[in-house]
Design a protein around this ligand. Structure first.
Ligand code: AMP
Length: 178
């Protein structure tokens, strides 16, 4: 019988490479095969939550859109709140915003001004760290909100893009590094 928990190598093997998506030259890491397998999805959330069982996280902040999937499940497991950082124009109440360049294109992200209490212990979660532009903008937003950023966690990190170097000062953890 297969073990209840999947290993990191099983998670790694499940990530599907899609060449030239959404633009020529981009090797897209498709995480949907992890989601569509209950055992793999649960194990991915285990990996994201295990280091933070005793971190007293108040809120898990997820980045639009695939980050929401992992951040929301992580929040429930940790007994923490979930806070979305969305693409500009989607949140209905008053927001603060930050702009950044993406591996493909550029973007502005936004967060509700009342989403976090000052000094909240925050875990930032996204599916993938590429150039680090998205996470750096999210970190700038969180700092403007006076959040206490405990860590930024990613299911996947594209190490060769050196995104970590743009996030100096914030502890970074990735489950899978390519
Ligand atoms: P970056 O700002 O360059 O770190 O890009 C991170 C964001 O873009 C994440 O939210 C990812 O979902 C997405 N992303 C960037 N590059 C890729 C890639 N090669 N495969 C899958 N998603 C990517």
């Amino acid at each position: 019988m297969m073990n209840k928990h999947a290993t990191v190598s099983e998670l790694t093997a499940a990530i599907r490479d899609i060449p030239d998506f959404p633009k020529p030259g981009i090797l897209f890491k498709d995480i949907t095969p992890v989601l569509s397998d209950a055992r793999l999805f649960s194990s991915a959330i285990d990996q994201l939550t295990a280091p933070h069982k005793n971190s007293h996280i108040d809120a898990v902040v997820g980045i639009d859109a695939r980050g929401f999937i992992f951040a929301a499940a992580t929040a429930v497991r940790l007994g923490a709140a979930f806070v979305p950082i969305r693409k500009k124009g989607k949140l209905p109440y008053k927001t603060i915003e930050e702009s950044y360049d993406l591996e493909y294109g550029s973007n502005t992200i936004a967060m509700h001004i009342d989403a976090l209490k000052p000094e909240s212990r925050v875990l930032l979660v996204d599916d993938l760290l590429a150039t680090g532009g998205t996470a750096a903008a999210a970190i700038r937003l969180l700092k403007r909100m006076n959040a206490n950023i405990i860590e930024a966690s990613f299911l996947v990190e594209l190490g060769f893009l050196k995104g970590r170097e743009r996030l100096v000062g914030t502890p970074i953890r990735s489950v899978i590094v390519f």
